[in-house]
Design a protein around this ligand. Sequence first.
Ligand SMILES: [Zn+2]
Length: 333
Amino acid sequence: MNLFELTKSLMSIPSTSGEEESVGFWLRDHLRSLGWNVELQPVSDSQNNVIATLNDTPRVWFSTHMDTVPPFIPPTEDDEKIYGRGSCDAKGIIAAQITAAEQLRREGVTDIGLLYTVEEERASTGAKAANLHPLAAKCQYMINGEPTDNDLAIGSKGTFRLIIRTTGKAAHSAYPEQGESAIEKLIDILNDIRAAEFPNDPFFGETTVNIGTISGGLALNVIPPAAEAALAIRLTTKREPIEEMLREIVGNRGEIEVLSHSEPVKMLPVEGFDQKVVRFTTDIPHLPNWGTPLLLGPGSILVAHTKDEFVLKADLKKAVELYIGLAKELRAG
Ligand SMILES: [Zn+2]
């Protein structure tokens, strides 16, 4: 199966986070048909990571995730591009990595492994499970794939996701002195957060805050008794000082619930590859046992997660060459 066929085959199996079982089975069967040893590592009742090897001592691994964001968009194509969900994030990447690994194998390189995880788009439970796998200890270099426009990402920002909740006291809106507005408290807190100057980092760049959702209140003529907002912060420093700042800003006006977090990470720079820092996060912070991380993949993060997701066929082909080149460079080094 050629590179584009493989990309479209993977894309035609829906696999939004939590529903990766079918694509995992398909990938297992496909890799076995090529002669790989394939293990399904259970992550939940219906989710398995796919781990494939050619011998007992793979030193260089390719990895990315099998899940996608919703909704499912079936693959279509023209001469230049493959369109649809997962084209660049990340099924085209899986196809490019398998194609690269097969080429390396034809050249006699067999110390290569493949790791495909579940749940990357949510809580990275797949990566967290994979991190405990015994093969991790033998891995020297983990080449992770995410859409980096085929540049070698040498840093990625961290994330910090949280909910801020405020409570008040319901009352008739004509008698505001009888109540206390949770929404007004929340607005004050959010304004203070928007005005705050969070620390930045010369390598990773600017810390940014997105107030993603906001909700609360009962009716327009009732003083709102409860409100909440969900925030995603892109971290360029460690999380702790940012969390401290937030707790200070919120004070006793509300409560913070931390949903998840990952620290910013540095990846290995390799000479001869275009390099940059990316703002999104990956499975890499959850795979510390898997050797030195690298990050490279075809396609643009700017179209990932959108209804217009696509990958250039030329970029997929280029990614195969880059993966082969990286693996050779790392094995030689
Ligand atoms: Zn991704």
